[in-house]
Ligand binder design. Structure first.
Ligand code: OXD
Ligand code: MN
Length: 603
């Protein structure tokens, strides 16, 4: 078996485990990745030669590559994702469970010899700023070069991980193989008690980039509960504005929205011109995952973004809808499952729906099929898959927050929850207190989209936007949220927002995107004790005049509807939470029941 030189820094625990996994999977070749620029270039060359990547026109898209996944492998597969523990109680009622021993047995048979004729890449990576108390080392073994290159963008990958790990045995063991990409032999298994992830049969996104959802959320949430910190499906952003004394003020907020509710757009919000002129600026710390702990000195919640890149949904992303994302993906980016446009000079361009880029006369679509505007009109065929993605280094983001690399993280003043709701939920309201905020977060509902496989457009309860990502029993997860309050001297204010309310004609009322700044301003002002709010059954709400709507072309009826709370709809909402409450049954933390009772009595 051919192998590159084993890095001297890779410790005995890593070596022993890699040997064991090599014995199981039997690759022809082993490459220990160093994470260097040269290696990255070499892998792209090789990937292009092997048909895994297509190099894009270097003038238009410098350092960018195209990849098309298997059409049966285009999104996370939650029904094939398992928490594997000795007893089902550890996984709880909202996870698929497999007995750990059975899962190892089943997957051992799948992994046995699965890398014959292939190369196994050893990918060491760090999640979180180097030196941060929460920084975690993972090592992913994979037979997918596409995964290696994505991990290189999404994590601090390479030799830096060996020095971060030192002689410790404390690293997440991530084993991954494409297998034969047969969905019937596809399993994403987490072994939280062993700090181990085994993923077989998928090469896409959260199924295969194991630092992201698997380590970054499922394993991390489990570790966080044991070690008194939190791993959340949250973006992190900084808001800079002129404070009351004229000096610049900076406020950091974390926000949780279920998948594909515009989290990346919100994280990269560009303030409308009139705000920018007054000195308002939004900076991005992260767009998907936040790891948070209580800082002993300040007693406040601090957060880091464990990732270094964006794995964002492409369709709909344009220079207008998200200029910072658009800018971020202009170089050194991987595009997956968009339309590939052959150019006359033999190079390639890309295109996707609602890109704001001129529509090509033809392209090869995400399934490898011929696409033309006429075919699109006649048959509805799409150039890009609705869940097609860009993997872009966050360093490209013109609005990157200067503290992304700060090991001590950023202090969080507000937590914002949101969902995609065409009715019932107003534009914004604030929880009465932390416990009420946890109840609001725990009962988030959102209309489903294409980010995960399954039915689109139905309201799904998604506690803290973490339903698919809580790596243990949701009962303990909620208790953990309540308990965290006790560690804080000053806790973040909690808010709920909904950008997606529709009018009677079925049209979105709120313009969204950069205009969300207007809501954010109220939130920031609330955090600093400056904004007015009235008490309602749901929580503290702004009066119509407390949200700046100047220049928005909203009628007074629209504004009234945005903040309208219909007691009958709220009653139906409480009833529809029943599904979640029943699932939790006897395990529901008592605070949740009290909050529900309080809401009913307010009605
Ligand atoms: C994601 C998701 O890809 O949440 O970030 O689905
Ligand atoms: Mn996500």
């Amino acid at each position: 078996m051919a192998t590159t030189v084993v890095p001297t820094q890779a410790n005995q625990y890593v070596r022993a485990w890699v040997n064991q996994m090599v014995d199981l999977t039997r690759p022809d070749k082993i490459i220990w990745c160093d994470g260097s620029v040269e290696e990255r270039e070499r892998f792209y060359e090789q990937g292009c030669a092997e048909g895994i990547f297509v190099r894009l026109n270097p003038r238009k898209w410098p350092g960018c590559y195209y990849h098309r996944s298997n059409p049966n492998d285009v999104a996370r597969t939650e029904h094939l994702t398992f928490i594997c523990t000795p007893s089902p109680d550890a996984a709880g009622p909202t996870n698929n469970w497999m007995k750990d021993k059975d899962a190892y047995e089943k997957l051992t048979e799948l992994f046995r010899g699965c890398m014959k004729g292939r190369t196994l890449y050893v990918v060491p990576f760090v999640m979180g700023p180097i030196g941060s108390r929460l920084a975690k080392v993972g090592v992913q073994l994979t037979d997918s070069l596409y995964v290696v290159q994505n991990m290189g963008i999404m994590t601090r990958m390479g030799e830096v991980a060996w020095s971060q790990l030192g002689q410790s045995n404390d690293f997440t063991r991530c084993l991954h193989s494409l297998g034969d990409l047969n969905p019937r032999r596809r399993f994403i298994c987490h072994f939280p008690f062993d700090n181990t992830i085994w993923s077989f049969g998928s090469g896409y996104g959260g199924n295969a980039l194991l630092g992201k959802k698997c380590l970054g959320l499922r394993i991390a949430s489990f570790l966080g509960r044991q070690q008194d910190w939190m791993a959340e499906h949250m973006l992190l952003m900084g808001i800079e504005n002129p404070g009351p004394d004229g000096r610049s003020e900076k406020t950091y907020v974390a926000a949780a929205f279920p998948s594909a509710c515009g989290k990346t757009n919100f994280a990269m919000l560009v303030p409308p011109q009139k705000y920018a002129q007054k000195g308002w600026k939004v900076t991005t710390v992260g767009d998907d995952i936040a790891w948070m702990w209580v800082d002993e000195k300040s007693g406040r919640l601090h957060a880091i973004n464990p990732e270094t890149g964006y794995f964002g949904v492409v369709p709909g992303t344009s220079a207008t809808s998200n200029p910072n994302a658009f800018e971020s993906m202009k170089r050194d980016t991987i595009f997956t499952n968009v339309g590939l446009v052959p150019l006359e000079d033999g190079t390639y361009d890309i295109w996707w729906e609602d890109s704001g880029m001129p529509e090509p006369s033809r392209c090869i679509n995400w399934e490898g099929k011929e696409w033309t505007p006429t075919l699109a009109r006649e048959t509805g065929i799409k150039a890009a898959h609705p869940n097609s993605r860009f993997t872009a280094p966050m360093w490209n983001n013109p609005a990157l927050d200067p503290r992304v690399n700060d090991p001590s993280g950023v202090p969080i003043s507000a937590i914002i929850f949101g969902g995609r709701r065409s009715r019932t939920i107003p534009l914004v309201y604030q929880a009465f207190n932390w416990v009420h905020g946890v109840y609001i977060g725990a009962t988030i509902g959102s209309e489903t989209t294409a980010a995960a496989t399954g039915q689109v457009g139905v309201v799904r309860r998604d506690p803290m936007a973490m339903l698919p990502f809580i790596g243990y029993n949701i009962r303990d997860y909620l208790v953990h949220w309540f308990r965290m309050r006790k560690k804080m001297v000053d806790c973040p204010r909690v808010f709920m927002v909904n950008w997606f309310r529709k009018n009677e004609q079925g049209k979105f009322i709120w313009p969204g995107f950069g205009e969300n700044m207007r809501v954010l301003k109220w939130i920031v002002d609330r955090c600093h004790g400056r904004a007015y709010a009235r008490e309602t059954v749901l929580g503290w709400m702004p009066r119509a005049e407390d949200i700046d709507t100047e220049g928005l072309n909203l009628s007074s009826q629209d504004i009234a509807l945005l903040e309208f709370v219909d007691p009958d709809e709220v009653k139906s909402e409480i009833l529809s939470q029943e599904e979640l409450f029943l699932k939790l049954a006897g395990d529901l933390p008592k605070e949740m029941i009290f909050q529900r009772e309080l809401l009913i009595s307010r009605l």
